[in-house]
Design a protein around this ligand. Structure first.
Ligand code: ZN
Length: 641
């Protein structure tokens, strides 16, 4: 019956999401799968991870009351349903339509999971929806029945059509990837909108905040404008910022036409709150290109192989088949990439460049950030233990599942990637008089790969760098991305027209000498190598070979006294600072409820404070590198507004 075949090839998989009892935190899902005449048996699969967050989370553990029937709700034949593994059911459907009903317990209020209570509902498709193996490219449709009259729906998906009466709204996704990549916010959020060119931007703001919404909108407008300038326009007509104002902020998760950001709602009592918001927004919005559209084949469905590449390695039989193959994103297990340093490190770094160019931060703040944060990175004991490529590859088992010892033997690919991205930006600009750097390199990857829906590879990244620099930079990549060499950042900063010097240890916030506290200035900074949890006195980390390490303190010890005086998280550092480096102190602590004591010989922190400032005597070449870096027009000394 050809007519049926034609219909079923286009018929979407339809999902219905209800939330009739929001206080139960349970979504009720119904999934209707149309006839799939070419499939006698189908695998019904639940995703194990959410793209952008590289950890297997086994979302299926929140699924219960699973009910699989035929299309009319009648039981399937005995033995027609077999659970194959934790997240896969094999159904003998004989190609006929079937229906799946289940509930999802949604009580994880993070950007990467799902949540429902009587104030709102939020979900990521990866933690709510089954898919049919092999049918990821089939269109999907979602109908939402909000919990209450008056609840609105915000999502990047376009509306499909109204179904039935009242509150139910339907949304269309081109395929499962788009469904999974389009989070929903359902509730009484405030909606703010603005346009840049012909692209409409929406901010759906949930929760209690002391932020000025007009200011947030202005920040978003500046961020998207400056980012759009890097990429030459926007690859979407509409983009949605879902912002959850919560007691504690926990970051964002990027999507192709939207983002979810969880921010500390009451943290806008100073300018720093707005800068943090801008930083997060700039980072996440940059991802709309870098990782969501510019990515390797592990991290996204690629519809076409590169014909040139297939021709370059001719193997009989492959030539004709591969250029049009679909490499589907695998939702069931770890998807390994060596490029997270590019997706996260470069994005993190370029967010700072975007803020500078958008006039949200000033050159002075940018230099201060380097002065404050580089010394912290440059003294992390684990920074050169593992290459960036390896850190990326093992993100699934280390970054997202850190052991207590992570800080000592590893480092975040965000942080290492950030500094490597800055070093790469400067290395590129030093080759071309400052004109073209990392933004242009990413733009090139966008034009040649992302825009054309082609996946990138490690060699493509090196080739893009070579094109911007005008020569191969393999030495850079071999040493700092594939290898484990120390980044020569201070030397690069000097070549880019900055003065990089040591700041005296007791300098307070660059105050003039006359204004410094003389008592504080005189006190030397003794060092234990202990890091305590912020709100408790338990040990979070002990730096290898530090005084505390040699004295035998370890993770989880609860420090209670220094030289017989009770300490709290607030006073521990002060009691240590009562002594000079070289002094001995006695630290009392509990280990598994046993009181113990240890003698520490205090040392000196290896961390050296830096001062980073524009070098007024820098040569012409260095000055032009610096101007290009900050996006300053040739004559100006300040970034444009
Ligand atoms: Zn990111």
């Amino acid at each position: 019956m050809p007519a049926v075949l034609t219909t079923s090839a286009r018929e979407p998989i339809a999902y219905r999401v209800s939330m009739a009892e929001p206080a139960s935190h349970e979504y009720q899902i119904e999934m209707r799968v149309p006839p799939l005449p070419s499939r006698d048996r189908v695998d019904l699969v639940f995703p194990a991870w959410a793209p952008g967050s590289y950890m297997v989370r086994d979302f299926v553990r929140h699924v219960f009351r699973l009910e699989i029937t035929d299309g009319r709700g009648r039981a399937l034949a005995p033995g027609a349903i077999a659970r194959v593994d934790k997240q896969r059911w094999r159904l003998a459907t004989g190609g006929r339509a079937f229906r799946v009903r289940y509930r999802v317990f949604a009580f994880e209020a993070t950007v990467r999971t799902s949540f429902l209570d009587d104030s709102h509902g939020y979900w990521n498709g990866t933690s709510l929806f089954f898919y049919v193996d092999g049918e990821l490219q089939r269109p999907c449709e979602v109908t939402v029945a909000p919990a209450r009259a008056g609840w609105k729906v915000a999502t990047a998906l376009p509306a499909a059509r109204r179904r039935g009466s009242g509150q139910q709204l339907s949304y269309a996704a081109a395929n499962f990837d788009e469904l999974a990549d389009s989070p929903f916010e359902v509730g009484t959020h405030a909606l703010h909108t603005f346009s840049v060119g012909r692209t409409r931007f929406e901010l759906a703001l949930y929760g209690r905040t002391n932020a000025d919404p007009g200011r947030l909108r202005d920040i978003l407008r500046r961020v998207v404008t400056a980012t759009g300038r890097i990429f030459g326009g926007f690859p979407f007509d509409r983009y949605l910022f879902i912002v959850h104002a919560l007691p504690v902020g926990s970051g964002g998760l990027e999507h192709r036409a939207s983002v979810t950001m969880d921010i500390a709602g009451l943290s806008f009592d100073d300018e720093a709150g707005y800068v943090r918001f801008a930083d997060l927004a700039a980072h996440e919005f940059f991802h709309a290109w870098n990782v969501k559209r510019i990515h390797d084949s592990a991290l996204g469905t690629s519809r076409r192989e590169d014909p040139e590449r297939v021709l370059a390695t001719p193997r009989d039989g492959l030539r004709a088949a591969e250029p049009h193959s679909v490499h589907a994103l695998d939702y069931t297990r770890e998807c390994y990439t060596r490029l997270l340093w590019l997706y996260e490190g470069c994005t993190d770094y370029l967010a700072h460049v975007v803020m500078l160019r958008a006039g949200i931060t000033r050159e002075r703040q940018f230099l201060r950030m380097i002065a404050d944060d580089w010394p912290k990175y440059a003294t992390r004991p684990g920074r050169n233990e593992t290459s960036l490529e390896e850190l990326s590859f093992e993100a699934w088992i280390k970054q997202y599942k850190p052991s207590e010892n992570f800080t000592n033997r590893s480092v975040s690919y965000y942080e290492k990637g950030f500094w490597t991205a800055m070093a790469l930006d400067l290395t590129l600009r030093l080759e071309n008089g400052g004109r073209r750097g990392l933004p242009e390199m990413i733009r090139r990857l966008w034009d040649r790969f992302g825009r054309r829906d082609r996946p990138i590879t490690d060699p493509d990244v090196r080739a893009a760098a070579a094109a911007i620099a005008g020569r191969r930079l393999d030495r850079f990549f071999d040493r700092y991305v594939r290898g484990k060499n120390e980044l020569p950042l201070p030397a690069l900063l000097r070549r880019a027209g900055l003065n990089v010097g040591a700041r005296a240890e007791w300098d307070e916030d660059d105050k003039p000498a006359a204004e410094r506290d003389p008592v504080r200035s005189r006190r030397a900074r003794a060092w234990t190598g202990l890091a305590l949890h912020a709100d408790r006195t338990t040990v979070r980390n002990v730096i290898p070979d530090s005084p505390a390490w040699r004295a035998g303190l370890t993770f989880g010890d609860e420090v209670v006294a220094v030289d017989g005086v009770r300490t709290t998280a607030a006073t521990f550092a002060k009691r240590i600072a009562d002594h000079a480096p070289g002094a001995r102190v006695r630290v009392a602590f509990f280990r598994r409820d046993q009181l113990a004591e240890a003698d520490l010989t205090l040392g000196q922190s290896p961390e050296r404070k830096l001062s980073v400032a524009v070098d007024p005597k820098a040569g012409v070449r260095a000055q032009s590198v610096r101007r290009g870096w900050f996006g300053v027009p040739a004559a100006g000394a300040r970034p444009r507004r």
